[in-house]
Each structure stands twice: as C-alpha cells, then as structure tokens.
Design a protein around this ligand. Structure first.
Ligand SMILES: N=c1c2ncn([C@@H]3O[C@H](COP(=O)(O)OP(=O)(O)OP(=O)(O)O)[C@@H](O)[C@H]3O)c2ncn1[C@@H]1O[C@H](COP(=O)(O)O)[C@@H](O)[C@H]1O
Length: 116
C-alpha cells in the first residue's frame, strides 16, 4: 500500500471502532453518533456532500480557487467511508475494484455488456 491507501485504511480502522457493536462513544464521537442514527442519517449526508461537491466544482469553473473542492470531496469520501463501515466494507474493497477496472476503457466495457 502507498501513503494514500494507508490513510484510508487507518481512518477506516477508527470508523470501525465507532460502531455501536464496538462501543462507539456517543458523547465524544461524531462518527459514533452518525452510525448510531443509522443509514438514513449517513446516506442523507452523502447526498448533501455530493451536492456540495458539484457546487464547489461549478465555483472552480467560475474562477474560484480549488481548495473548497478538495474539502468537499474529502467530506464526500469521509461520509461514504462511514457508509462502507456500516455495511461491513472497507476502502480496500473499493480500491480493489478500481484496480480490477484499471486499463479497461469505459467505452469498451459498456460495449461488452450483454444486450437487453
Ligand atoms: N474525516 C473526518 C471528518 N470529515 C468531516 N467530519 C465531520 O463531519 C461533520 C459534518 O460536516 P458538515 O460540515 O456537514 O457539518 P454540519 O452541517 O454541522 O453537520 P450535520 O449536523 O448536518 O451532520 C462535521 O462535524 C465534521 O467535523 C469528520 N469527522 C471525522 N473524520 C475522521 O473520523 C475520525 C473519527 O471521528 P470521531 O468519531 O468524531 O472522533 C476522525 O479522527 C477523522 O479521521
């Protein structure tokens, strides 16, 4: 693993420790509270952060600096990682899927799908 995937794995370890089953502390942990509230709460956050990402990208198109876009994508990745944690998945699963797709053109992949 490299530095980028190391940080994803370390954050995922912390997120797992916040699961209700692992005694996540509702007093001190934002993640424990979000996981405790359940899917509706963190899936709503993913929708919000995706929208904020789109808005930040449009701001870059209009001349704004790119820092806000990085913040919003970090918020989006973080909240998707909370969802992965709830569903018993890891960022390594997503990285493995991207690795599987590496070098396969999207156009080629779509054309090879069964008709119908
Ligand atoms: N990467 C993050 C991270 N990114 C964003 N956030 C929090 O996500 C929350 C939502 O952000 P918003 O700007 O949408 O805030 P808001 O509108 O006030 O939030 P809502 O009340 O609508 O949910 C804020 O409280 C942010 O601080 C994060 N909280 C935690 N982490 C990671 O998760 C770890 C565990 O966090 P805790 O469980 O809180 O200790 C941390 O050590 C970090 O590594």
């Amino acid at each position: 693993m490299n530095m980028s995937t190391d940080i994803l794995a370390r954050v995922a370890d912390v997120l797992e420790s916040r699961l209700p089953a692992n005694g996540g502390n509702l007093e001190s942990s934002y993640v424990a509270r979000l996981l405790h509230k359940g899917p509706d709460a963190f899936l709503k956050k993913i929708g919000e952060e995706a929208t904020e990402t789109v808005m930040a990208a449009k701001d870059v198109d209009a001349g704004a600096d790119k820092t806000k876009l990085v913040y919003e994508v970090a918020d989006l990745w973080f909240h998707t990682m909370v969802a992965l944690t709830h569903y018993g998945l890891r960022p390594e699963d997503v990285v493995a899927e991207l690795a599987r797709r590496e070098g396969i053109s999207g156009i080629e992949e779509k054309a090879s799908r069964p008709a119908g």
